[in-house]
Write a protein that binds this ligand. Sequence first.
Ligand code: GLA
Length: 636
Amino acid sequence: MDWPRGLDGLSYGGDYNPEQWPEEVWDDDVLLMREAGVNIVSLGVFSWARLEPREGEYDFGWLETVLDKLHAGGIRVCLATPTASPPPWFTLAHPDALNVRPDGVRQVHGSRDTYDVTAPAYREASLRIAAALAERYAEHPALAMWHVHNEYGSMSHSPHAERAFRIWLEAKYETLDALNAAWWGSFWSQHYGDWDQILAPRATQYLANPAHELDFKRFTSDAMLDHYKEQRDLLREANPEVPVTTNFVFGQWVPVDQWKWAGELDLIAFDSYPSAPDERAEQQSAFHADLSRSWAGGGDWLLMEQAAASVHSKDGAIAKSPGRMARHSMIHISRGSKGAMFFQWRAGRGGAEQWHSALVPHAGKNTRMFREVVELGNALPGIAHTTAEPVEADVAILWSPESWWATSGAHLPAPVDYLENAAQIHRVLRERGVVADFASPEGDLSKYSTVIAPTTYVLSRAAAENLRWFTAGGGRLVASYLTGAVDEHCQVWLDGYLGGLTDLFGIRVTEHLPQPAGERRALWNFGAAERFCELVELRGAQCVTQYATGDLVEGQPAVTVNPFGEGEAWYVSCKLGDDAWDRLFEELELTGPGGPGLDVVDRGEWRFIVNHTEQEAQVGHVIVPAGSWAVDKQPR
Ligand code: GLA
């Protein structure tokens, strides 16, 4: 499918909210967009209250005018269904369609994302507004793509959600006996005698059941996907030529299993908001980009949103220095995004995001920011042809949303930061110049020579077999601590953990040994273990390095390798620091043309270089000024 429809080059633009501005501004917007090289905007993302001011009564006048103006200006439109923010009349009429927090508090209108995808009234109203938009605009010449909803993520613990959860559970387990067995129901008297006894995992007196919680997140992901699919089907029917997407966002509060969703989107779209003020913002951007490309099966995807002028760290917004916005955009484009889009086109005067940066700042076009926007927008058409070939990676990192969800439970032997562990592998590889893909634990691994499983805590039987098959066939598998600690029902794998793959790794893990925060156990030649290590018994594997210090572990294997079939399986039994991972990757000869502060991505005959350092960089014959980027022919 041609996407966004009618747009040949790279997409450049962002969320456009004309409904927040008087009509006089709209013509100016189109003129400025043209000046900036903007060729596509996401329109109407939160405009439900303005499109349907009263139930069943529509006001499409303003949208019509804007669509026509954009079309006349040659700007394509990614038209949103506005269901991420139901209007006040809806929520007042249907309070049962508002989401309920685990502590039972029902949220109220006043912000956004107050909806419950399992509430029949919300489902109906969502379809109604989507149908009304499809009926009017499916054939509009400016329409390039449908943008369903926005950043699916709101969980609800409402009675509607509970009812739907029970239906989902019954389809999955068929019998209560099977559910009770899967959830280890005899513990703490949690044996269910009737489906109706099962609740959403609401606030409890003490620890919740991890299997119950994991299934609820799986269910929520599926329920939100159903809401998406209903709209997608309707929009597709209205015009099969127009691709349909929704924008993924990233966070632990987002129960979306991207692997399951990916096949349902015509184009993977991602909103990248790095949260670190320093160079980790670049690392996070590359991490987001490689994840998005991998969800897209290695093909094209689109950076749907990023912030123009600032990085949103925990301590507030940090201004992006000159050139940083372009470099972040190029991180994404070089790693497969078919463009760079932003939240938002024009900075708002009011509302909760009035201080969020934009392509057009409050101070208008005569600003440093807008000049940078124009510069990038005018550079992109010149490099569109260099993005035709895919990014090829030889190394994959397993990405397991379920391991992320399951390790967030408070019942683990010690806190585990799954996201950081996955990001750490990616970060160290990136610093070594290696561009990695991500892969699903149950996905096709055959094109990779090395697969790294960072703390892949939940390992289903199917995933375990997949890893066995990959290694036996000649692959190199590297797994880190707690991989395969539990199965798909959060039940511990007995007799050595490791997903039952003790023969593959040639070891048994016999004990988990958490240690106080800040205490380190040294490894010979390999830095130190932080916070967590395991007692490993060799069963055929060789010891690569051992613990040099620490009760119980001193002299015991810390990193091991085992030949298996045509391949080999490495195991890292502790949380290592970046230096130690670097040392291990050195041993595995994983290197590439980039390096610290330097993103280098090869695609076909083209090489993309993004220099984040304060010095000029030379890569092959190409010299890239400090804080700048270049695309050139690869050296032969
Ligand atoms: C998200 C949303 C946008 C906006 C930005 C702010 O990505 O999709 O509507 O709120 O965050 O960073």
